[in-house]
Design a protein. Structure first.
Length: 173
């Protein structure tokens, strides 16, 4: 089915799809036998600290979950999948998952294979500001899903996708 899609919503959804694919590719790199010496060193450091590895794994899982919810919402709002009743569930999940993005990036977890750019920690103020924008927009999207106005949901979803994409552009490898 083809329908006219607001460019901003499409851009946000596409950015999240690309980010999800990137996370899958990053996960597969950990099992690739022919890694560069630098990557091997990073994996050795993470293996030496199971807590850091667990934090990075959790962060990646949360971001994959966000990508899954965003893809599901795009399928419903933009592609016409008949699951409108699920929109409030996705809205609540996104708000919960994005409630404390900086909390997913504690100091000491800045490893190349985590997918996070070192700028997360070197430009913390900008990162936390952008994170707050996504947090606020996730709350607005949840509110829109509860209101039932499809146009408001599309606008709020587009705004959320744009904020996620902007953060990924500067703070994700």
């Amino acid at each position: 089915m083809f329908r006219k899609i607001p460019m901003a919503a499409l851009t946000g959804a596409l950015a999240l799809s690309v980010a999800a694919a990137g996370l899958a590719a990053a996960d597969s790199l950990a099992s690739t036998p022919a890694m560069t010496p630098g990557a091997t060193h990073i994996l050795e450091r993470m293996a030496a600290d199971p807590e850091v590895e667990a934090i990075v794994d959790h962060r990646k899982g949360v971001m994959r979950a966000v990508g899954g919810h965003m893809a599901s919402v795009a399928a419903i709002l933009l592609d016409g999948a008949p699951y409108d009743a699920m929109l409030p569930v996705h809205g609540a999940a996104l708000q919960g998952l994005l409630a404390d993005i900086p909390g997913l990036f504690p100091e000491g977890t800045e490893h190349e294979d985590s997918g996070a750019d070192p700028a997360v920690w070197s430009d913390w103020d900008t990162f936390t500001s952008r994170s707050q924008t996504s947090t606020d927009r996730a709350a607005a999207f949840r509110e829109a899903t509860e209101g039932g106005n499809r146009q408001a949901m599309v606008q709020a979803f587009s705004a959320l996708g744009q904020s996620c994409g902007a953060c990924h552009e500067d703070f994700r490898n």
